[in-house]
Design a protein around this ligand. Structure first.
Ligand SMILES: [Zn+2]
Length: 582
């Protein structure tokens, strides 16, 4: 065996891999440790002399895993949690982001028995650390997970791999490599990424999507960015790539001036019904300011219309990119400014009137018909309410004159957890009834049972001032709310905190979704706050539609400010106003 280890005690080990013939003639790729002085002239810490496919246990496992994933294709496009515990790189990151206190079985409650090293350790030091480790799980796996989570430096991780390789005939397991790769990508160490890539390619016939995702992200900054596209193809064999995978590849292509590849990938992303990341769209605008090409310009305008149709708003830096691009178009004299819209619906920058939030009678009838068919009468209802109950409700609504406001009683009552529920509801109903509005309160049968949260006398007063419908406790309120509001007509508004996202998803096409969102913005009364005794205040309903829009020689683009957190039922208040000097 041509295995060599030397100078383990000193820092700055170099990695070197070689095929080694072991007992039964299998060729193994090994990772060698050698003293820094030995191969001083080599630039990289990893290097590789051969790339013969290997037949290690780990490889078999991977191939089996890849087959397993392929089989599942279609039915379940997510990598199962089963497989992610085997390949921990992404899972660790997810855990650290989502739940730092996770009690995952791979992380036993021994977290603080040893401290993560902050500088590279030599073999003896790693041996000592392992001795000190009191956990029952595999030390190497545990420590590498911890390092991936805490974003340890690449050098420290490398010293761990060197130590593991030295103990195991130069072999470093797949999961350790992936965790190391995770750190290399995080710290943007591109040459290290390429070295790990070479090792993995030589050792495994195929990689699972998590490793491919990391490699793509790491490779796009290098000269070998085109290989990221091949890895994307590998992912496609087992699942739909994520929008982040596409984003990385598109940015890699733009970084290397290959516009056609970038647009093709973008089309592919849309064809998969994935919503592109805003940073992907921004990348196209940023790249666009350096090129003069009508075809390219047309595609950027298509992106703006995509934002319009999907009610997406660019972030602040994206808005700046859009402005810069428009102003860079030669000969067109676009001028951009950041501005706001007045309550009258006029742009403070150019004075133009922004599109109205009100639906035309035709639009209203179209939307009403669609919702009645797709949401109320569609298959959806059976999961949420019984057909019998819906029928009982429809008959009830038809027997009443049109309402002015429909209130989701349960949703409203629960908005202020410190106040008694029936009291909040009564306060709202009394306040609106004073304005001579015809009210409908939707509730559940349990609200009528006496309880500390629902007082009978207060509910009685609610019933005196409003029509009420109490559904079975299992029913979902939304279909009732939508039906009653739409049935009452275009003037009728509704009160709920709910966003009715599910129903939006039921609506088949983007035109209907757009109209629904517009109707919701113009008709949903969102409660802003309530002070005891001072009444309930609502969010101001805007008269204009907050959506990307154009008149040909002007564009108005709402955008999100970086430092302003916007609730999902709110719309941005800042606008980019663009118009051509004429
Ligand atoms: Zn304007």
């Amino acid at each position: 065996m041509t295995f060599c280890l030397s100078g383990i005690g000193s820092f700055a080990k170099l990695w070197k891999s070689n095929p080694v013939l072991l007992g039964r003639g299998h060729s193994y790729l090994s990772l060698f440790l050698t003293d820094f002085c030995g191969i001083r002239n080599q630039q990289r810490w990893f290097s590789l002399k051969t790339m013969s496919p290997q037949n290690t246990k780990a490889t078999d496992l991977l191939i089996a895993k890849a087959r397993h994933l392929r089989k599942d294709e279609g039915s379940n496009k997510q990598v199962s949690s089963d497989s992610s515990h085997l390949f921990l790189a992404g899972a660790a990151k997810k855990r650290s982001q989502m739940n730092p206190q996770s009690k995952d079985h791979a992380l036993p409650p021994v977290k603080n028995t040893i401290e993560l090293p902050t500088k590279p350790l030599n073999s003896k030091e790693w041996d000592k650390l392992k001795e000190d480790f009191k956990g029952k799980v595999n030390f190497e796996s545990w420590i590498s997970s911890q390092m991936a989570q805490c974003r340890s430096s690449v050098d420290v991780a490398k010293s761990l791999l060197a130590w593991v390789a030295a103990k195991n005939n130069g072999i470093v397991g797949y999961d350790l490599l992936v965790k190391y790769l995770h750190l290399c990508v995080f710290h943007k160490q591109t040459s290290e990424v390429i070295d790990v890539y070479e090792i993995m390619r030589a050792r495994y016939k195929s990689l699972e999507p998590e490793a491919n995702t990391l490699l793509i992200r790491g490779l796009i900054h290098s000269d070998r960015w085109r290989e990221a596209l091949l890895l994307l193809e590998d992912i496609k064999k087992v699942m739909t790539p994520s929008r982040k995978n596409y984003s990385d590849c598109i940015q890699g292509a733009l970084l290397h001036q290959d516009v056609n590849i970038a647009w093709n990938l973008y089309q592919e992303l849309l064809a998969h019904d994935l919503i592109p990341m805003l940073e992907t769209l921004k990348a196209f605008f940023d790249f666009g300011k350096d090129i003069e090409d009508d075809h390219y310009s047309k595609k950027l305008l298509d992106i703006l219309l995509y934002l319009r149709n999907n009610h997406l708003y660019p972030g602040e830096s994206f808005a700046h990119s859009i402005k810069t691009w428009f102003e860079s178009i030669p000969g067109q004299q676009w001028k951009g400014q950041f501005t706001t819209i007045q309550n009258s619906g006029q742009c403070s920058g150019c004075g133009k009137t922004i599109e109205s939030i009100h639906l035309s009678p035709e639009e209203y009838e179209f939307l009403k018909g669609k919702i009645m068919r797709d949401v109320i009468d569609g298959g959806d209802q059976y999961k949420k309410t019984t057909p019998w109950e819906l029928k009982r409700f429809k008959n009830f609504v038809k027997s009443c004159p049109p309402f002015d406001i429909v209130i989701d009683g349960l949703n409203v009552a629960k908005m202020f957890p410190k106040a008694r529920e029936s009291q909040v509801l009564l306060e709202l109903v009394s306040q609106l009834a004073k304005q001579n509005l015809r009210l409908l309160v939707l509730g559940r049968k349990h609200m009528l049972k006496k309880s500390p949260r629902w007082r009978k006398d207060e509910m009685e007063m609610v019933r005196e001032q409003a029509s009420c419908f109490f559904a079975d406790n299992i029913s979902e309120d939304d279909p009732f709310l939508l039906y009653a509001t739409l049935h009452s007509g275009n003037h009728c508004k509704f009160v709920t905190k709910d966003l009715m996202r599910d129903h939006k998803a039921c609506l088949s096409d983007s035109k209907t979704q757009h109209l629904f969102f517009k109707w919701q913005q113009g008709h949903q009364l969102a409660i802003r706050n309530k002070f005891p005794g001072s009444g309930i205040t609502f969010q101001h309903i805007l008269s204009h539609d907050t959506v990307v829009q154009t008149t040909g020689d002007s564009w108005h683009i709402p955008y999100d400010e970086d430092l302003v957190e916007r609730y999902s039922y709110e719309v941005p208040t800042k606008w980019l106003c663009l118009h051509r000097k004429t």
